[in-house]
Ligand binder design. Structure first.
Ligand code: FAD
Length: 749
């Protein structure tokens, strides 16, 4: 938009110049001179064009002048040849003399590397689209593209085709201006004059349109190269039915009844829409609630649609219930392991699972008021209960009503993936949506999937008294984490908690055993087992809630990973944005919250905030916890950084020793050149609480030195980070610096 205004401004300024400056005289003088040169005139002009292009002189003025001097067809020919030749010369100069240095420098610049790879792979398309858009400065682009991996052939071809409309427009402006300045009597040529101006306006409009289309396509091409939209469109299950809230909560329980009253009020009457909404939000999980509350708070007319439970996964079947269960499991563990501290209980501590689950339900009910439908109505939001489905590119249907919008947000989240394991569906299984309704502890529990959800719940149920089998498709647990960190948690779960970890989930087969129990069998060259359990929990893999949304009707692109968005969280329909689990690989509550804030700014206030600017930490709440932020070492290396790493074992941190929590470490990766913190992993009982400091350091673009200069209270486990800061500072004390210090101190004696 801003760029369009700038281009219009330039054209208006050029027109004003033509009217008020003695352009006519100048042109006449130049024309006479060039005509005196005969056939040499256009050739010299073309060569001048090549030279100015190489010297980075913007070519638009010269292009307009060509129209004025040679007319539309000759002017076009001269500029088209001159511009293409000039562009090729600049490209070859950059390629021959600067590309090598830039490649070396770019190793540490992930954004340039991505662009370089993208242009390398899709040279023709990227250059062509950039050329179509006059918003990309022509003369700079020649050199810039020369610095990238694009091949010369596609570059020449893309130039030839991509420069056609822009060149035509500017030459046309020049030719039209010449005719206008020729000042023929208005009475005879009035209609011709009108035709010329209409032609000019039409050409201008076409170029602007082509520019818009090209820029959109270019953005998509960049995304494709980042791997976000390469997958094919999945076929959506037309018969999909979401789990009803009555299967997610105990409808007769006093606490869960309170959740229902707050989050799916049975007697709720949907409002009648009155006019267009500034923002319609589909889904009232974290992303939807934050979008709706933020937009309404800023004065927008907002509609919020939820088909199931307000609060979404986090409140009802994710973070909140799981963390309450984890806390109970930790209490059980501590009660059983107090001997070291001199705590001796008479006999084995008895754990009442039902009490632990009741506590969870009570706390969840207490928190549910904050996310309630009633609270959002109080904030001025029109709250609709029902399935939201796009009826077209700017309207949504809910409960038989049609809501038209200026902007919409898809915040429909994700759910447990359907795993294609033979026999699983027939045997029956629990997911995160149903496990929190248990009131009796399963004696034996198989947890399929050793990602964060699987590990947290597997360890908790083992500690609460179940015999847990954790089944992973690959080898090991938490495969995305730093392997040293995952290994510590694996050992803790197996050796300390007694949980059984089993691999080869890929060969897993399930059948129904006697008494409704479930039999899990693996017959592979790596492992053979045959176990019978009371319950199965599917804890691995998330699937986006795409069905029942009418995305095709709205022109919104999606893949099996979710709704496709650009860096500013806009979908392929410019009026529709997305936030949270539905569009992100960072499936965390705080990430959904941060994305919703970006959507409010970008959708309602034309801001240009980018999701890739976010620094998103995360934590897996096993015991010990694993918390991570920024790059892992391999990713930082792949991004071209020169990485150095410092690890501080907790066994050397006083507070960890005193707490008896020495298993774990803090690890920081930094850029060797600048000292800037690139990423870090902490494994500790309260790693999630410690991670904030590292997140701040990365957000504020600080060096590792800041961890040293920050005073930490003693004794805390966070001192591990201070020790890393100190270790980094010691690396600065090179033998030369030491020698200089020694000399200085000797001199002071
Ligand atoms: C067991 C578990 C533990 C977790 N623990 C943590 C944790 O400790 N920390 C953390 O940060 N994250 C955690 N998460 C992840 C976190 O819960 C999600 O990242 C977060 O809830 C995503 O929010 P969202 O708004 O994108 O989606 P959701 O919370 O899933 O909300 C989407 C909402 O949209 C509704 N909806 C869907 N389709 C429609 C439609 N067509 N019409 C109307 N409504 C619709 C759904 O009913 C749902 O209420 C956990 C997840 C699980 C499963």
């Amino acid at each position: 938009m801003l760029k369009s205004v700038v281009v219009i401004g330039v054209v208006v300024a050029a027109a004003a110049g033509l009217l008020f400056l003695p352009v006519r005289e100048w042109l006449e003088a130049l024309e006479i001179y060039i005509q005196s040169l005969g056939a040499l005139g256009p050739v010299l002009f073309g060569l001048a064009y090549v030279v100015t292009t190489v010297l980075l002189v913007p070519g638009s003025a010269l292009t307009i002048a060509a129209g004025g001097l040679f007319g539309l067809s000759n002017g076009f020919l001269v500029v088209f040849l001159g511009a293409n030749l000039g562009a090729l010369c600049a490209f070859l100069l950059a390629r021959t003399f600067i590309r090598k240095q830039v490649t070396r420098w770019a190793r540490a610049k992930p954004k340039f590397r991505t662009l370089d790879q993208a242009i390398g792979k899709q040279g023709f398309r990227m250059v062509f689209l950039a050329r179509l858009s006059p918003a990309f400065p022509f003369v700079l682009l020649n050199y810039l593209v020369g610095l990238t991996a694009v091949r010369t052939g596609p570059y020449i071809l893309a130039n030839l085709l991509g420069m056609l409309p822009g060149t035509f427009l500017f030459v046309y402006i020049g030719a039209a201006a010449r005719d206008a300045l020729a000042g023929q009597p208005a009475s005879t040529d009035f209609y011709q004059q009108i035709l010329k101006y209409v032609g000019l306006a039409a050409t201008f409009a076409v170029v602007m349109l082509v520019t818009r289309v090209a820029r959109k396509a270019l953005r998509e091409a960049e995304q494709t190269n980042e791997g976000s939209v390469v997958a094919a469109k999945p076929r959506l299950d037309a018969d999909y039915q979401p789990t009803p809230f009555s299967d997610m909560l105990l409808v007769d329980d006093v606490h869960d009844s309170q959740v229902i009253e707050n989050c799916h009020p049975p007697k709720w009457l949907n409002p009648t829409p009155a006019g267009k909404y500034n923002l319609v939000v589909i889904g009232a999980g974290t992303a939807g609630l934050v979008s709706a509350a933020g937009a309404a708070g800023l004065g927008a007319k907002v509609a919020l649609i939820e088909r199931n439970l307000f609060g979404g996964d986090c409140l009802n079947s994710g973070c909140v219930p799981s963390k309450a269960v984890i806390r109970a499991a930790r209490a059980a563990y501590d009660a059983r392991n107090g001997q070291e501290f001199g705590v001796h209980l008479a006999g084995e501590p008895r754990l009442a699972f039902s009490t632990a689950m009741r506590r969870m339900r009570k706390l969840r009910a207490g928190l549910s008021g904050h996310d309630s439908a009633e609270r959002f109505r109080g904030l001025g939001v029109d709250v609709y209960i029902g399935n939201g489905r796009f009826a077209g590119p700017d309207s949504v249907e809910v409960d038989g009503q049609c809501l038209s919008f200026d902007r919409a947000v898809i915040a429909t989240g994700a759910r447990a993936a359907d795993l294609p394991i033979p026999g699983l569906r027939e045997a029956g299984y629990l997911t995160n949506e149903t496990i929190f309704t248990l009131t009796e502890l399963p004696r034996r529990l198989a947890v399929i999937g050793a990602g964060p959800i699987g590990c947290e719940l597997a360890q908790s149920f083992q500690r609460l008294g179940s015999e847990v089998y954790l089944i992973e498709a690959l080898h090991g647990i938490l495969p995305n984490e730093d392997p040293d960190a995952s290994e510590i948690v694996r050992q803790s779960m197996m050796d300390r908690d007694g949980l059984t970890l089993m691999c080869c989930g890929k060969e897993l087969e399930i059948s129904v055993a006697e008494g409704g129990k479930k039999r899990l069998t693996v017959n592979s060259h790596e492992q053979n087992y045959d176990i019978v359990v009371d319950e199965i929990l599917v804890g691995g893999g998330r699937k986006p809630n795409l069905e029942t949304l009418g995305l095709d009707e709205a022109g919104v692109e999606y893949t099996a990973q979710g709704v496709t968005v650009d860096d500013r969280l806009r979908t392929s329909n410019a009026k529709i944005f997305a936030a949270g689990d539905i569009c992100s690989r960072y499936k965390f509550t705080h990430a959904a919250d941060a994305m919703a804030r970006i959507v409010i700014a970008n959708a309602l206030f034309m801001a240009r905030r980018k999701v890739t600017d976010l620094v998103i930490p995360w934590c897996t709440y096993t015991d010990p916890e694993i918390a991570h932020v920024g790059y892992y070492e391999k990713d930082a290396l792949a991004a071209g950084f020169e990485v150095a790493t410092i690890t501080q074992p907790l066994g050397q941190v006083d507070r960890a020793i005193l707490d008896g929590e020495t298993e774990g470490f803090a690890r920081v990766h930094y850029d060797k050149k600048s000292g800037r913190v690139l990423g870090g992993t902490i494994v500790a009982r309260h790693a999630g609480e410690m991670l904030g400091e590292l997140t701040l350091a990365i957000t504020a673009k600080q060096t590792v030195g800041v961890l040293s200069s920050t005073i930490h209270s003693y004794p805390t486990q966070a001192e591990a980070l201070r020790k890393i800061g100190d270790a980094y500072m010691r690396t600065k004390l090179t033998p030369t610096v030491k020698k200089v210090f020694a000399k200085w101190l000797e001199w002071r004696r």
